[in-house]
Design a protein around this ligand. Sequence first.
Ligand code: GAR
Length: 207
Amino acid sequence: MPLKIAIFISGRGSNLNAIIQAVADKRLDAKIQVVVSNDPEAQGLTIARQHGLKTFALSHKGMKRAEHEQAVLKHLEEYEIDFVVLAGYMRVLSSEFLRRFKDSRGFYKVINIHPSLLPAFPGTNGYEEAFNYGVKVSGVTVHLVDEQVDHGMIIAQEPFPRFNDDTLETFKARGLSVEHALYPAVLQQIAKEGIRFNERKKVETAK
Ligand code: GAR
C-alpha cells in the first residue's frame, strides 16, 4: 500500500519536485494526496499542478493561526492521509493541529526536512547561519515534528562538506542536492517499515 501523504510548502517547491520525481521513478511508494500552501503564489504550487496534483492554497495573512489551521484541517478531511510531509513549510504548527495526526505510540505523523545538522542552526535560515558561522561540515536533518520549532525525533541526517572556496550559493546548492536525495529515501523507508523507535534509546551518563 502506498504511503498517503499531504505535502506542505511555502515557496519554491524543489523538495516537492524531488518527491514527485521519486514517486514517478518508483523509488518511492507513496501517493501525494494533496499539496498545501500558506502562500497562493508559491512556485511549488505550479509544479504540483503541472503534475496533475490536487492543491489547496490559503494565505495565513490576516488570519489567526488557529483559524488558518482549522481551515487546512477541514480541507484535509477530504483525504486519507498517513503522513504530513513539510517541505519548506515556513509556519509553526500548533499542538492542536499536530494532535490530529497523533500515532497510537504518541508521536505525530508529521515530518520535516531542515537545512542543518539539528540541533545546530534551527529556524528559517539554516544554510546562511551555518555558512556565516564558518562550519567545515554541515548537513541536512529529517525529523518528526513536535511542539517545538525544528525539534523532534531525528529520523535521518546526512552531512556535507563546506569547501574553502564555497560561496553561500555553492554551499546551498550542495545542501539542496543532499535534501533532494535524502527526503524521498527517508519517506520510502517509512513507507516500507513505518517509524522505528527501538534503536534510539537514550544512554544515561554518569554525573
Ligand atoms: C529547504 O532548504 C528546506 O530544508 C527549508 O526550506 C527550503 C525549502 O526549499 N526548510 C526549513 O528551513 C525549515 N525550517 P524548497 O521549497 O525548494 O523545497
